[in-house]
Design a protein around this ligand. Structure first.
Ligand code: NAP
Length: 328
């Protein structure tokens, strides 16, 4: 019989790809969404009887997932829901980022404990944000972000890193104290680029990470161009990693997902090479050598996952093609 998979934050950029791949592989999926309207749109886009949704309007409310977990007998739990937002008043960092990240994770753990006797795996979509550590020359799967509350409240980016770090700590502390019957793994992607799961989701403003490329394509001249460095992975590979972890016998592992280093100029050069008629800003083509802020050794994760990642050029081309198609 098909395994039943729970996916929190089913409307998310990454989660939608995860669900598409799960359905392709024959799993049954129940996703949590914030409203009926969002659930219906997702259901329409997925167009598959093996997908249903449940409303969880506030993942921070005590017992937020109790009803969903008691209604369905899940085999696998994927917790992806967490805010990825940076346009808020920094004073609100706790309400906007920290509480949903931490309480969302706590609520999933508590509901699975109470109502998930058949759960065999819990896979949490964390981030390289909870691995970032400037005191370590090379980041790998053993590194934790030592960020403090005081540091986290300084700006939106640091607050996001704090949110993912604290949420991961809550998870591993729980595993240590409770030794649950299911296997726990965390996935730590770098900046996630690549097309939306559905072309119809392409809007002038995209989810935060996909919008990095979208915004860059809108740059018109050198006055508004900044050559930022990024570490990048394709959203389809992030989704695939979730599926691989469902079938692997892994326990208590943290996996980094990193395909390639990039900078804004390299992204623009790829854009101009493949879409010469689109009139994208050319930038300063000689400055296309990425100089990443963090060096990453992800050899262990690549070996465990065992599949080849999309290369950067394909990720960028597929994203831009979708964006240009939506503008027609
Ligand atoms: P996304 O498109 O913004 O999706 C986030 C999902 O979480 C959405 O379904 C959103 O619901 C839900 N959510 C956020 N805050 C919520 C709240 N307070 N209550 C209920 N639901 C809430 O982001 P994403 O890029 O797919 O990210 C998914 C996960 O991957 C996150 O855990 C993120 O930290 C992690 N991650 C992302 C990246 C990246 O570059 N994209 C990199 C590393 C890790 P709505 O759609 O209703 O807002």
């Amino acid at each position: 019989m098909a395994q039943l998979v729970f996916v929190s934050g089913a409307t998310g950029y990454i989660a939608q790809h995860v669900i598409v791949q799960l359905l392709e592989e024959g799993y049954k999926v129940v996703g949590t969404v914030r409203s009926t309207e969002k659930g219906e749109l997702l259901k329409k886009n997925l167009n598959n009887p093996n997908f249903t949704y449940e409303i969880v309007s506030d993942i921070t409310a005590p017992g937020a997932f109790d009803e969903v977990l008691s209604k369905h007998s899940f085999d696998i739990v994927l917790h992806t829901a967490s805010p990825v937002v940076f346009d808020f008043n920094p004073e609100d960092f706790e309400k906007v980022l920290i509480t949903p990240a931490v309480e969302g994770t706590t609520n999933v753990l508590k509901s699975v404990q109470k109502h998930g006797p058949n759960v065999k795996k819990l896979i949490v979509t964390s981030s390289v944000a909870s691995i970032n550590n400037t005191t370590v020359p090379v980041l790998d799967e053993t590194v934790h972000n030592p960020i403090t509350w005081e540091e986290g409240k300084q700006n939106q980016l640091l607050a996001y890193r704090l949110s993912k770090t604290l949420a991961e700590k809550v998870l591993w502390d729980y595993v240590k104290e409770n030794n649950p019957q299911y296997a726990v793994t965390t996935i730590h992607p770098v900046l996630v680029l690549g097309p939306q799961a559905f072309a119809s989701s392409v809007k002038p403003v995209l989810n935060h990470s996909a919008d990095v490329l979208n915004k860059l394509l809108a740059v018109k001249d050198k006055d508004t161009f900044r050559n930022e460095n990024y570490n990048v992975v394709d959203v389809r590979d992030v989704a695939r990693a979730h599926l691989v972890l469902i079938t692997h016998d892994l326990k208590n592992e943290r996996l980094i997902l990193f395909a390639s280093a990039a900078n804004s100029q390299l992204l623009l050069s790829i854009a101009n090479k493949h879409f010469p008629q689109a009139g994208f800003f050319k930038g300063v083509p000689l400055d296309d050598k990425p100089n990443p802020q963090f060096k990453i050794n992800d050899a262990k994760s690549r070996k465990l996952l065992g599949f080849k990642y999309y290369d950067l050029e394909q990720t960028v081309v597929d994203s831009i093609k979708q964006i240009l198609d939506a503008q027609r």
